[in-house]
Design a protein around this ligand. Sequence first.
Ligand SMILES: [Ca+2]
Length: 198
Amino acid sequence: MKKRLLAGLAALVLAAAPGRAAADDYVYTDDFSTPQCQTDSYAHHPIVTGVPSSLPDRFLWLNGGVLQFYVIGYAEPGVNDAEIAYKFPICQSTTGILGGTLDLDAVTYLWCPLGETNHLEIETSPDGLTWTTRYEATDDWGLQHVHIELPDVGARNAYVKVRALAMQIDNLDVRLQTDTLVGTDQPTWSAVKALYKE
Ligand SMILES: [Ca+2]
C-alpha cells in the first residue's frame, strides 16, 4: 500500500513538472501568394505588388507567387542588396530558443545588369544587432534549395535577414524549438495569416 502511494505521488510530481516543449513548437511559412511579408517582416525595402509606377533604387516585387529582389543601377553583391528582415516568432517571444531550421527555394533568373552578378545571403541574429552570415552564394546557379540550421542561442527571438540581388525566393519555412512561447507583443496579431502552433 505504501509503495503504491509513493508511486502515485511520483506520477503526480512528474505530471506537474514543467515540460520540455515538443519539437517544432513554432512554424512559420510563406508561399508569397499573399502580401503577408509586408506586415510579418519588421524591416524591408519597398515591397510592390503590381507593376511599379516608379522604380526605387532597391525594391522587392511580389510577382506571381514569388518574392523578387531588385536593385536598379550599380549593385555590388553583399553591399547594396535589397533586404527583408524578420523577427521570429512573429508577435510572440519565447523564454528561450533551443534551435531551429530555415528552408527556402531560391532561383537566379532575373536580368542582371552588365558586369553584375546574382547574390543571395542569409544572416541570423539573436538580437537584431549582431549578425552572422549563415548562407551566401553568388553568380548564376539556377534553382537552389537553401537549408540552414538555426543555432541554439538561447535568445528570446531569432532574427533572420535575407539579402539578395537579381534573385527570387519562394516557400519560406521557419521552425523553432523553444522553451515557452509568450503571448502577443505587437498589435499586428490579426494581420498574421500563416502563423500557427503545432
Ligand atoms: Ca509561391
